[in-house]
Write a protein that binds this ligand. Structure first.
Ligand code: G1P
Length: 209
């Protein structure tokens, strides 16, 4: 059979000028360890980290907003979002200082603090643009929260030698690492999906009556 529409759609999602290189993280030693595993491929270049379970619906996309900002400021960026204080134990939490230019410089970042100890309610969500200096910081990081090598702890070291800014993206973030968040994202994307949105909408209405 000839190429079908679905296959074309999937193939079109990979731009022609992009090639993929996969590296497996053999042991589950944490996000910081995963990033360090990619060092041979990234080399001495700034790079992006995208955590797929944090889905962000933005126009333009959150990473596109961040790359534009990185090119203007040439400084590492951590995407952040204000969260309820009782949830600080699920995130890296940043303490920031506003500059005259309207930037938020990170003064401190702590992985999963108890709500009583959190310096703020600004949480890192899964988008980072990082200077390659982060790799040397990661090399020295010991097991942190949850017994894992934390990217957060390496960022805390990086800010000792160069500025890192918190970046408030525009867009809606879905926490697809939680069951409810995954369902919310599926519904939101389903409702606005060309071809099935209106039918899905009437289906949901029927279901929730
Ligand atoms: C990771 C990071 C954490 C960050 C979070 C965002 O945690 O370690 O700093 O706030 O992603 O989703 P995880 O969700 O993998 O526990």
């Amino acid at each position: 059979r000839g190429k079908n529409k679905l296959l074309e759609e999937v193939q079109a999602s990979i731009p022609k000028n992009v090639s993929y290189i996969y590296i497996r993280q053999i042991e589950t030693l944490g996000l910081g360890h995963a990033v360090l595993t990619a060092r041979p491929v990234v080399g001495d270049n700034p790079f992006a980290v995208i955590l797929a379970d944090d889905l962000i619906d933005g126009q333009p996309g959150a990473m596109s907003q961040m790359i534009k900002t990185y090119n203007q400021r040439e400084c590492s960026l951590v995407a952040v979002q204000d969260i309820p204080r009782e949830e600080t134990g699920s995130y890296g939490i940043v303490e920031t200082k506003d500059s005259a230019q309207g930037n938020k410089k990170i003064l401190n970042i702590i992985e999963k603090p108890h709500p009583h100890d959190a310096p703020s309610t600004l949480a890192a969500v899964g988008r980072y643009v990082l200077h390659p200096g982060i790799f040397d910081c990661l090399e020295g990081v010991q097991e942190g929260a949850g017994g894992e090598i934390q990217l957060t702890d390496a960022i805390a070291k990086l800010i000792e030698t160069q500025p890192v800014h918190a970046f408030e993206f525009s867009g809606t973030r879905y926490d697809c690492g939680s069951k409810l968040g995954f369902l919310e994202a599926s519904v939101a994307y389903g409702l606005k999906r060309e071809g099935i949105g209106p039918q899905f909408h009437s289906y949901l209405r029927k279901m929730t009556k």
